[in-house]
Design a protein around this ligand. Structure first.
Ligand code: X2X
Length: 341
């Protein structure tokens, strides 16, 4: 029994001196049960800033709502992989989920617009776009596909390439590389455009598929290479910076609409504030990650970005995806990053 439960029981006992051993649990439940319980699933280990800040936000919601609302976190693919959680949050099996926009794009293709290869050059550009009209555009597209979302996006990071086979020095080194990418048509297409042999797998499969050499490479931001311990099953890390990726905090729309306005306000304030702090955490981790991963045995190199962009242009990648995303999304992206195609 936790201290909290013990105290609650004692308080209930004091308030109901006549209750027998049997009536007692019912009184406890009535006194302490939250009116709204939201289950929140994600794909990352508890040590990632996404989980640390989400837990803080959940605590804040519990306090500010005086216990009326509780958010229970299920980290690390406990409820299934991304594809499963995306289905659950749409059906209402869970109320909250943080998919990468790459993953949302299987449902609402235009939402992956932030992940166009080599579009963003730095975080100033990223947050200007995602806190501005590109973010609004993506949230509208998700709403049309049956998902509410909080306003602030959470950071995953600039994606880097790790391999067990050799460093990526330029676009040539991608030739034939067996690389795992998320379940995302954009990622598959981009790596095909670079001449690699990409395979889509959910994140829950990544460590084991690298370990058993089903694939030789994967690509993720450095904090994920750290917290998921991918350095144990990879030798090289090339700072390709090919995609900027972030997490949308999505909600089941019916569960969201059932929440009274005051609780909606408490929850969105808590999670939007937590998102901003989480972005700072990831920035700090990025600053220290190269040294840390070197000390864990990864050989790190910095390829020049130009050969990649050129290879993608020649493969027709930008022209094709401009068509697939549509002019509105593409123009909004180019407003921040400049001409791509
Ligand atoms: O699956 C991945 O690689 C991850 C963890 O970055 C995403 O959620 C897209």
């Amino acid at each position: 029994m936790t201290n909290q439960v013990r105290r609650t029981l004692l308080r209930a006992a004091a308030a109901a001196p006549m209750a027998g051993a049997f009536g007692f649990p019912a009184i406890v439940r009535a006194a302490s049960a939250p009116e709204f319980v939201f289950k929140y699933g994600n794909n990352l280990p508890l040590t990632h800033p996404l989980n640390i800040r989400a837990q803080e936000a959940a605590n804040q919601v519990k306090d500010a709502s005086k216990g009326r609302m509780e958010i229970r976190i299920f980290p690390n693919n406990q409820l299934g992989g991304d594809t499963d959680m995306l289905a659950q949050v749409r059906s209402g099996g869970i109320e909250m989920f943080t998919p990468s926009s790459l993953v949302v794009s299987t449902l609402a293709p235009a939402v992956a617009i932030n992940a166009v290869g080599f579009a963003f050059s730095d975080y100033d550009q990223v947050w200007k776009a995602m806190d501005g009209s590109l973010g609004t555009f993506a949230r509208d597209a998700m709403r049309k596909a049956g998902l509410e979302s909080f306003e602030k996006m959470w950071d995953n990071g600039f994606r880097q390439t790790t391999t067990s086979s050799g460093p990526i020095a330029n676009a040539q080194s991608m030739k034939g590389l067996k690389i795992r990418v998320p379940v995302s048509p954009l990622s598959i297409d981009m790596f095909k455009g670079l001449g690699a042999a990409p395979t889509s797998l959910q994140f829950s499969e990544v460590y084991s598929s690298l370990q058993t050499h089903i694939v030789d490479a994967q690509e993720n931001p450095l904090p994920i290479v750290q917290v998921a311990k991918l350095y144990e099953v990879q030798k090289y890390c090339s700072l390709t910076n090919h995609i900027w990726d972030g997490y949308w905090f999505v909600l089941n729309p019916r569960a969201w609409q059932r929440l009274p306005k005051d609780l909606q306000g408490i929850a969105s304030d808590a999670f939007n504030q937590a998102a901003v702090k989480q972005r700072e955490d990831v920035a700090k981790l990025n600053g220290a990650a190269v040294a840390d991963l070197k000390s864990k045995g990864l050989a790190i190199n910095q390829p020049a970005p130009d050969t990649f962009r050129t290879a993608l242009r020649q493969a027709g990648f930008y022209a094709q995806w401009k068509g697939r995303f549509g002019n509105q999304a593409w123009d909004l992206l180019e407003q921040t990053v400049g001409k791509l195609a």
